[in-house]
Design a binder for this molecule. Structure first.
Ligand SMILES: N[C@@H](CCC(=O)N[C@@H](CS)C(=O)NCC(=O)O)C(=O)O
Length: 381
């Protein structure tokens, strides 16, 4: 059981995603009442796509600054009577990489809600590989192993026999030309992608499967903390979760400096908040903690070196470090942290950052070591 750390308010609330989506999806063009969004999925609906556009996030740089494009599939699983995607045990499958912080958010929800018996899970290999033999197609991305032995933890695709995550996007829509990202919430019945946006998948896992979940009482979006969660997410997304990528994928000094300054300002702010309360949105464990945790757990092992986020390590912040251990020790969470995949991915998948794919030796932190967070009271209703 996740225990008292997680509140038991059942109400369904809309989270700060809406604000995030608004920020992410500024229309490129608005004419004749039609928005043409930055999303390439929408672009190809307008006949503007081409296979040669296949690219990964590291190529999403404008004037030296990393600009993440929004996710492409945004349908919702819903309990409403006329839902296109109703919640059904055994119908949906989550494709993830253990390396990916966004996918790990979803995996954490799967564990914390007790949904692993109802929604299948497959993890890709950690290192990006070439996804087409065609020499003119330069895309590298997530691949599935041939068997269970190729890389511990990675599994062959049990549903479609796909060799690459890219193949799943091609099955769902042969004309797709956006980014081939994980997580993917896959519908076995319709053989398509329901949603590939972690902040929405987590919402569905929290709210829509409560007739199936082993822990329906667990909610990571407690009603009374809704606006606080939104407020926290509004700055942690840009400065921390995406902030580390803005540091790592920057190709000019100015954008890197800006991202790094914003990142450490936000971490200082977290340190201050966590000196006064157990979790980031209050004394209850919420979705805002899941978001923060997935970045913090990768920080000292990867981002400090690979993304040059080295003004300070998380282990130099007493509250953030103890908080990371605290969250790691919530039952179910440690299983979602597969460090060989995390390190094996970042250091070996971005040749423009780390040409020789050498994996750094340290620091090998023991997150199961004792923490001091019990000094705070945990609220439960
Ligand atoms: N906004 C997406 C981001 C997902 C994402 O960027 N995933 C990365 C892995 S950490 C990915 O699959 N990248 C593949 C690529 O960039 O080609 C979400 O939160 O689900």
């Amino acid at each position: 059981m996740v225990g008292a750390a997680i509140t038991r308010v059942g109400a369904i609330v809309r989270l700060g995603q809406e604000q995030w989506q608004r920020e992410q999806q500024q229309p490129l063009l608005k004419s004749f009442g039609v928005h043409i969004w930055r999303s390439s999925r929408t672009l190809h609906k307008f006949g503007l796509s081409s296979r040669s556009m296949a690219k990964s996030a590291i190529a999403e740089v404008e004037n030296g600054e990393f600009k993440r494009s929004p996710s492409s599939y945004r349908s919702f699983i819903s309990r409403s009577a006329d839902a296109e995607f109703p919640p059904e045990a055994g119908r949906y499958h989550l494709y993830i990489s253990y390396a990916c912080p966004w996918a790990s958010r979803c995996y954490m929800f799967l564990k914390l809600k007790g949904l692993d018996h109802a929604i299948g899970l497959t993890a890709t290999k950690s290192m990006w590989v070439k996804t087409k033999e065609d020499p003119t197609d330069e895309h590298y991305g997530w691949g599935f192993p041939a068997d269970d032995e190729e890389e511990p933890g990675a599994k062959p695709d049990p549903l479609n026999g796909a060799k690459f995550v890219r193949d799943l996007y091609d099955i769902a829509d042969p004309t797709f030309s956006g980014k081939y990202t994980v997580p993917i919430l896959w519908d076995k019945k319709k053989k398509t992608i329901v949603n590939n946006e972690s902040s929405e998948i987590t919402k569905m896992l929290n709210d829509e499967f409560n007739d199936i979940a082993k822990h329906p009482e667990v909610t990571l979006f407690p009603e009374h903390l809704k606006s606080k969660i939104d407020e926290v997410n509004s700055w942690t997304y840009n400065s921390i979760n995406n902030g580390v990528y803005r540091c790592g994928f920057a190709t000019q000094q100015g954008p890197y400096d800006k991202a790094a300054n914003e990142l450490f300002e936000a971490l200082d702010k977290c340190e201050d908040i966590l000196s006064k309360q157990r979790y980031i949105a209050g004394n209850e464990f919420t979705e805002a903690d899941v978001r923060l945790f997935v970045t913090l757990i990768r920080f000292d092992e990867v981002y400090v070196v690979h993304f040059k986020t080295n003004r300070k390590c998380i282990r130099e912040y007493p509250n953030l470090f103890n908080y990371t251990k605290d969250v790691y020790q919530i039952p179910g969470v440690a299983e979602t942290v597969v460090m060989p995949h995390i390190k094996g991915h970042y250091y070996r998948s971005h040749p423009t950052i780390n040409k020789y794919k050498i994996i750094s030796v340290g620091p090998n932190i023991d997150y199961s070591a004792p923490h001091d967070r019990d000094r705070f009271h945990i609220s439960s209703l």
